[in-house]
Write a protein that binds this ligand. Structure first.
Ligand SMILES: Cc1cc2nc3c(=O)[nH]c(=O)nc-3n(C[C@H](O)[C@H](O)[C@H](O)COP(=O)(O)OP(=O)(O)OC[C@H]3O[C@@H](n4cnc5c(N)ncnc54)[C@H](O)[C@@H]3O)c2cc1C
Length: 393
């Protein structure tokens, strides 16, 4: 049995980067987030304050923002990047401003994403750049696209604009040799993203994987899509870069499908999602000769499966084609323990002004209420480490 199999429980390594004060602050935050009514009340109050233009920084910045966000700009994230790097955990700086889809907002996000690519090219502790494709498409395209429905003239123009923005980003990433991750969001326009990203892979992944698409394994069609994409990459002679996630928008997907009367794209249950995710890991390892694989997950079993399989197959733990990743402020027990065992690990570090990252923070708060079960794990680990340290005194 590999030594790292039990190591996720090593809280000393998991929280090695935290001072006692930081540890206690994190424990307090996760205790608060476990209280469902408090999270709901907080959401309402913040929504009200944002609409009314009342200041919220004083409440949000030292608490939830500090825990889950690197800073308001690339420069402000530098201390977090440096701190993680001391424990061999790399950073991926993610400009997390959402819903700015007017032309000026799109341009601002494009400029900032280009800056983040340049920034990554200058820092060995930032191995990837990343963006959300929705930041570069107009509302009209996002709302009216649907698989199998041809685009009308106006939507075709919007689609061309979208593709040219993605091309600007991919060509800059290629020029600077910075692998570029493209997130996945709602399924009803993902076919446009897939088509665009696959074209970019054909163009820029001829020698190494620069462009990475994201597959959400909670979609029941994604395993087949993966197999088909591998076949296309083999035929077209380019490398595939794939980030695998389970998927973050399940409720929204199911609700929309029910309201609009089409079959839900989501797996029937959690087990089916887990099986598909794990099978995707194995398929990717089988195809490493043309694939780079990025496992974006807080699921202990999936991370262990990938780590064990790498060892069993004799793949070096620091093989540059394989990365593990978690979100900043979450699952440090996975990140820091895997990194200490020599695997490639990165954390997604979101950044942006407080107001703009609120949707991201609200998602983190929601998934960390006691119902989601995640808090109990984070809280349990934080409590265990507080206890361990207090015994040393
Ligand atoms: C580095 C990183 C990058 C990410 N990038 C993206 C991204 O680009 N796009 C995106 O959508 N998400 C992204 N996510 C979030 C991710 O999709 C998951 O929501 C989150 O990581 C929780 O899944 P998990 O693998 O950590 O494991 P778990 O906590 O074990 O799984 C929870 C997930 O399982 C699935 N699930 C739960 N219940 C059911 C059910 N009843 N039926 C079917 N499936 C179910 C859902 O996807 C749910 O999020 C990212 C996560 C990380 C760590």
């Amino acid at each position: 049995m590999n030594t790292f199999l039990t190591a996720f429980n090593d809280t000393e390594i998991a929280f090695i980067s935290k001072t006692d004060k930081e540890l206690k602050r994190a424990r307090f935050l996760f205790r608060m987030m476990a209280i469902t009514w408090l999270v709901n009340l907080g959401k309402k109050l913040l929504g009200f304050a944002l609409k009314g233009g009342f200041p919220i920084n004083w409440a949000v910045k030292p608490t939830i923002y500090h825990h889950f966000v690197g800073g308001s700009s690339l420069g402000e994230c530098a201390p977090a990047v440096l701190k993680q790097s001391q424990y061999n955990v790399k950073s991926i700086l993610d400009y997390s401003v959402e819903g700015n889809n007017d032309p000026a907002g799109i341009q601002r996000t494009l400029d900032e994403t280009l800056r983040s690519i340049v920034n990554a090219s200058q820092d060995e502790n930032i191995p990837f750049a990343v963006f959300k494709p929705t930041a570069f498409a107009s509302h009209v395209l996002l709302e009216n696209a649907s698989p199998g429905k041809p685009l009308n003239e106006m939507l075709s123009i919007e689609y061309e604009n979208f593709k040219s923005r993605i091309e600007i980003l991919c060509s800059e990433a290629y020029r600077l040799k910075v692998p570029l991750m493209i997130d996945a969001e709602d399924s009803w326009y993902q076919h446009l993203v897939d088509e665009t990203v696959e074209n970019m892979m054909q163009k820029y992944n001829t020698r190494e994987a620069i462009v990475f698409n994201t597959l959400q394994m909670y979609r029941h069609d994604r395993l087949q899509y993966l197999k088909d994409s591998i076949a296309r990459a083999r035929k077209g002679n380019y490398r595939m870069g794939i980030k695998f996630v389970r998927g973050a928008y399940m409720e929204k997907e199911r609700e929309r499908a029910a309201v609009m009367g089409y079959a839900s794209p989501i797996q029937p249950d959690k087990k089916a999602t887990d099986l598909a995710f794990n099978e995707a890991m194995l398929i990717s390892l089988d195809n490493l000769d043309i694939m780079d694989l990025f496992c974006g997950s807080h699921n202990e079993e999936s991370n262990l499966l990938l780590a064990c399989e790498m060892d069993n197959r004799g793949i070096a733990r620091d093989d540059k084609r394989i990365w593990f990743a978690q979100l900043y402020g979450m699952s440090d027990h996975i990140s820091y323990n895997l990194a200490s065992q020599g695997f490639n690990v990165a954390k997604y570090v979101p950044y942006g002004p407080v107001k703009s990252v609120m949707p991201y923070l609200l998602r983190r708060a929601e998934e960390n209420t006691s119902i989601a079960g995640q808090t109990s794990r984070e809280l349990r680990l934080l409590q265990a480490e507080c206890k361990r340290r207090s015994k040393l005194r």
